[in-house]
Ligand binder design. Sequence first.
Ligand SMILES: [Ca+2]
Ligand SMILES: [Ca+2]
Length: 154
Amino acid sequence: MDKTCTLFLVCMGVMLSSSGFTQPAELFQLKSAEDCGITFNNRIVDDKEANLLIYDGFYAGAGVAIGDLNGDGLQDLYFAGNQVHDQLYINEGDLKFSEVSEKAGIKNRGGWSTGVTMADINNDGKLDIYVCKSLIGGIPYLVVGYTKTSITNS
Ligand SMILES: [Ca+2]
Ligand SMILES: [Ca+2]
């Protein structure tokens, strides 16, 4: 190793040690379902009538949409399911969520969700949810204007 290279390495070592450079702390922590309240699991079970050979998007998943549905400044979650029903969770803060799927009228809507997004579709200032569906009973639907106490489906 020549003197220039050695000097460079020593300078880098001094700069890093004097700058307080330390190993970054973990950015993410794994939270259990019990801790955060989210139990959604898009479990896919294949059989001879439903599998990748029959439906090429069988394992493509359905997606998740994130947005502040009730205007409290906390991001709420909508998980779209394939063989399981969709689930809507309201963020209660401190990474704790409560499921409001039944109250929101999205439980047991049938079909195979292929995607979900949130946008203010009717321009009323409130975020709406649009869910795409396919297969049997797969009628796309729009959840308009979720509030803490009510939700309107169309
Ligand atoms: Ca919210
Ligand atoms: Ca809206």
